[in-house]
Design a protein around this ligand. Sequence first.
Ligand code: ACO
Length: 430
Amino acid sequence: MAKDTLTVTDNRTGKTYELPIADGCIRSMDLRQIKTGGDDFGLMAYDPAFLNTANCKSAITFIDGDKGILEYRGYPIEQLAEKSTYLEVAYLTMNGELPTKSQLEDFVHKVTHHTFIHENVKSFMDGFRYDSHPMSILASTVAALSGFYPDAKHVKDRATRRQQMIRLIAKMPTIAAFSFRHSQGLPYVYPDNELSYCGNFLAMIRRMTESKYKVNPVLERALDILFILHADHEQNCSTTATRVVGSSEVDPYSAVAAGITALYGPLHGGANEAVLRMLREIGSVKAVPEFIKRVRGGEGAKLMGFGHRVYKSYDPRAKVIKRTADEVFEVTGKNPLLEIALELERIALADDYFVQRKLYPNVDFYSGLIYEAMGFPVDMFPVLFAIPRTVGWVSQWEEMITDPEQKISRPRQVFTGAKKRDYVTIDRRG
Ligand code: ACO
C-alpha cells in the first residue's frame, strides 16, 4: 500500500531510513539521524538561495508559478484588482477573511488616523543629503520608528502587535511622500484624513499652494490597483528578510526596515527602476533586436523586468498592469518608452533563449512605465513598491511570531575554510 514516506538508503553505511512526507516535504531535521558514525554530525540539506526549501507554513498567499496563479487568502488577484480596494485587501491579508462593512469602516478609520508621524521624525529625515535615494530615507526612517514606539518590542502581545501593524500601514505613505519631497527640496505636506489611502498619498506628493488637492480619480484607482497587486507575494526576498530578522523577536519596525532594504536591490523591488533605465538606454524600437542579441550573447546585459524565481509563465500581475497602463495613458498621454517595452516583449516571447528558460514579463516590466507617466521619478519606483508590500511584511511577520514551530532563524553552513592552525606573530609571517 502507498505510504506517505520516503525511504533513503545511505550507501556509505548501507543503512536504510524511512522519512515521513507531509505537505510534499520531508523535514530537513529528519536527515540528521543519517550518520556514518558516532562523531558524525548527521546529514544536512545544502540549498543556497533556498531554491527548494520551505522555511515556513503560510496561509496568506498562494502562487502556482507554472500556471501563473496568484491568490491572497484564496481570492484570485484578478478579482481583487477588479473589485476590491487596497485597504480591503490589506484587511484580508492581515485577517484571513474579507471584512464586513463595519469591520472595513473601522479598519479604514484606524489606518486614516495613524497617518501622521512624530515631528521629530521630520527633523530626522531633514538630516539626509538632498540627493539621497528616497528608498534609503524610507528604510532608515522606518528603522528609526523603533525608537519612537518602545512598546513595539512586546511582540508576543497581540494588541501591541496589531497597533504597530496599523501604524506601519498608515505611516508608510507619509514617510514615502516626505522622502520624495525631501529629495526634491520641497516642503512636506501633511496627511489629509478626508482623502482615500492612495488619494492622500498623491496629495502629499503633489500638493503645492492649493488648500485642497484635487486627486484625479483614474490615477487614484490605478495606484490602488497597483497597490493591490503588490500587497504580498509569499516568501520573496524582502519578506524572508523580514521574517528572518523578526525571528529574533526584535520589534516590527526593525524587521520591516530589513524588508525595505532587501526590496531596494535591483534584482527585487529595484527592478522597475532598472527597467526604465534599460528602456532609456535602448532608446528606440529600432535598437531592440540589437539589445536582445546582447542579452542572448551573455554580455552581462539582462532583460530587466523579465524572469522570476517562481513564475515560469506570464506573471498574472503583469497582465493586470498592462490593462491599467492603458487607462492611465488615456489621462497622462502615452509614455514614449511603451513602444520599446512592447517590442521587447514581442521579440523576447518569440525568442528561443527566453522561451527555453521560461522568461516572461514580471510585475516590474510595466509598472515603471505607469509610475513615470504619473510623474514619479525613477528613484521613487521601489518606494511605490514598499508602501503596499508593508501589509505583506507585517502579516507574514505576525504569522511567523505566532507560529509555534518557528524559532530564531539560524541556518547551517558547509565550512570550506582553513583547518585549525596556530597563530603566527607578524614578524614571522612570509
Ligand atoms: N534576462 C536574461 N536572462 C535571464 C533573465 C533576464 N531577465 N533572468 C534569468 N535569465 C537567465 C539566467 O541567466 C539563467 O540562464 P542560464 O541557465 O543560461 O544560466 C536562466 O535564465 C535562469 O535564471 P536564474 O538567474 O537562475 O533565475 P533566478 O530564479 O535565480 O532569478 C530573477 C530570478 C532574479 C528574477 C532573474 O530572472 C532576474 O535577474 N530578472 C531580472 C530582474 C528582475 O526583473 N527582477 C524582478 C523580479 S520580480 C520582483 O522582485 C518583484
